[in-house]
Design a protein around this ligand. Structure first.
Ligand SMILES: Nc1ncnc2c1ncn2[C@@H]1O[C@H](COP(=O)(O)OP(=O)(O)OP(=O)(O)O)[C@@H](O)[C@H]1O
Ligand SMILES: [Mg+2]
Length: 278
């Protein structure tokens, strides 16, 4: 694709309201600290990172019929992200509270009834990222399958999302041609340590990526193995590093970048999100 034609990137996954505070106060105390309220969830985080990378970014998911849903839509408009959101009449918009770098309370809300009716048909784009939270959980799995089936572009990425979900739901994941896994998810699916796991996943997917947190990531395409060591940053936000990583990786592949360069750009985006950059 010529450089002036923007890549169309579609993120299919959770859509939430995130309430984020960088501090975790001791139980029973009352703290004063900055608290932000914003759109989040895997699909929103991925689409935001893709938009920042210069792509035309689209979020496909489901929210409630409440003021939280309006907040999400307004926030996405402000970020230049296009939204295709089904509206649930009963369930509330999903919400997550993060305190410090690794304490989270999450409620899936309307994400749990994300359905094929919420997914455009056909689904136009150059690169797609489907979250395992959608594909591997009852209630939303048909929406994930529909997205993979309806997508018309070349690059179909799947993030395995959680070791437990990925291990249990393994059949059916081959509709994607790019797989993104953490070391734990890769171990759950292949039984192997990161590099061997990545090679083994690359036998089933065109490109396999294993994310290693502050140690960076590995990508394998065919026989080619690429490694990228991250510049470790202190983690301030528990959300979004993996989502930004996957989005930027897929956008780079859709732009025709070689896997090694895509990996490098993805690691930079992951580090930015981990550091809590907005
Ligand atoms: N502390 C960090 N310092 C530098 N880079 C990081 C850090 N944390 C994450 N990254 C980058 O982001 C990528 C994705 O993060 P991670 O490996 O944690 O995946 P994930 O578990 O799917 O994401 P998340 O933790 O956001 O759910 C890593 O491969 C790495 O490149
Ligand atoms: Mg992680």
């Amino acid at each position: 694709l010529p450089a002036e034609v923007p890549i169309r990137f579609v993120a299919v996954g959770d859509v939430m309201v995130d309430v984020v505070c960088a501090q975790l106060p001791a139980s029973g105390t009352r703290a004063h600290a900055e608290v932000s309220v914003r759109a989040g969830g895997s699909a929103v985080n991925a689409a935001t990172a893709a938009a920042e990378a210069g792509a035309l970014a689209i979020v496909v998911g489901r929210v409630g019929s409440d003021p939280a849903a309006d907040l999400v839509e307004a926030d996405l408009r402000g970020r230049g992200v296009e939204a295709h959101l089904g509206r649930d009449g009963e369930r509330t918009t999903g919400a997550a509270v993060a305190l410090g770098a690794d304490t989270v309370v999450a409620h899936r809300g309307a994400n749990a009834t994300f359905s094929p009716d919420d997914v455009p048909d056909p689904l136009e784009g150059d690169a797609l990222l489907v979250s395992g939270f959608v594909l591997f959980q009852e209630g939303s799995s048909h929406a994930g399958t529909a997205a993979l089936e309806r997508f018309r572009g070349d690059w179909k990425g799947l993030d395995l999302a959680s070791p437990k979900l990925a291990a249990a739901a393994e059949p059916g994941i081959d509709d994607a041609n790019v797989v993104l896994a953490t070391a734990e998810e890769a171990l759950a699916v292949t039984g192997a340590a990161p590099e061997r796991a990545a090679r083994s996943l690359a036998a089933r997917f065109e490109v396999a990526c294993v994310k290693l947190g502050e140690a960076g990531a590995i990508a394998v395409q065919g026989e080619q193995v690429e490694r990228c060591a991250a510049q470790p940053v202190p983690r301030r936000s528990p959300f979004g590093a993996g989502d930004a990583f996957g989005a930027v990786f897929l956008v780079a592949l859709a732009r025709g970048q070689p896997v090694g360069r895509a990996l490098e750009l993805a690691c930079q985006a992951g580090a930015r999100a981990a550091s809590g950059a907005k």
